[in-house]
Design a binder for this molecule. Sequence first.
Ligand code: GDP
Length: 295
Amino acid sequence: MDQENNKMTVQWYPGHMTKARRAMETDIRLVDLVIEILDARLPVSSRNPDIDSISRQKDRLIILNKKDLADEAVTALWLDYFSRSGIQAVPMDARSRSSLRSVKDAIAKAEADRMERNRKRGILNRPVRALVAGIPNVGKSTFINMLAGKSAAKTGNKPGVTRGNQWISLRSNLELLDTPGLLWPKFEDPAVGVRLALVGSLSDTVIDPEELALRGIRFMTASYPGRLAEKYGLAEQAEAPAVLTDIAVSRGCLLKGSQPDTARAARLFLDDLRRGALGRLSLEKPPVPDAEVGR
Ligand code: GDP
């Protein structure tokens, strides 16, 4: 079993992970603020467990991105959870300009103390330097582009900046490192891999799509009963393989001789789930605080 787990770890951990982590550790020395982007649908699984130790002594802001795809009620629980853990968090849809204001406000809030300390020491208008960190596909580039907008100006190399880092100067007294810090999620737990694969953040070559679809169907019927019935017009009470067969039939995924093509149905189901066609959904909920247990 151990050997099998090891194999899984090797397979899932890209070889360049250690290199990326080192690059992050170097970059982080240059900034005041670490903006950590998580997927609002799975804030735990999309988090790099090393981020806390890597960002020690830096100001922190968590962004729960893809909020448009996540269950709003669960996102509200997560915001509360992070704020209780002492890290400010803000929801975002990186593709929508309306998110920009609240994210900028959150950055200003995260930096308020530093600004005040600087002001007292007579340091005025020193821009805040920030870097954006997160796992692949979580929306880092989309966010940086949105934040940078047209006003962005690459400031070029500056003395003391290693490896030719580029900074994007923003009007609001903020400088962003223009390469996002890439981190990988913790894959030792296979359930994390399944959740990431369900939202499309893990290559479909890692977990067989049909097996993954069955996991997704079980999750949907347990957590969002009625959604599959509504979307595909089928009986959800059935076991997951029967539901997949029903999806194949109802969507006309048929092989020669009218056999249901469950492989195609699986891809169709996964695509629907990932792009929000099954409605907003969250795959992870925060732990219930002790005080509320047993209420
Ligand atoms: P990166 O690898 O972290 O830089 O991720 P990207 O910025 O390239 O985004 C990955 C994919 O997610 C792209 O297809 C984006 O359009 C999409 N995406 C990013 N942010 C959001 C969001 O808030 N909502 C939705 N629905 N899609 C998003």
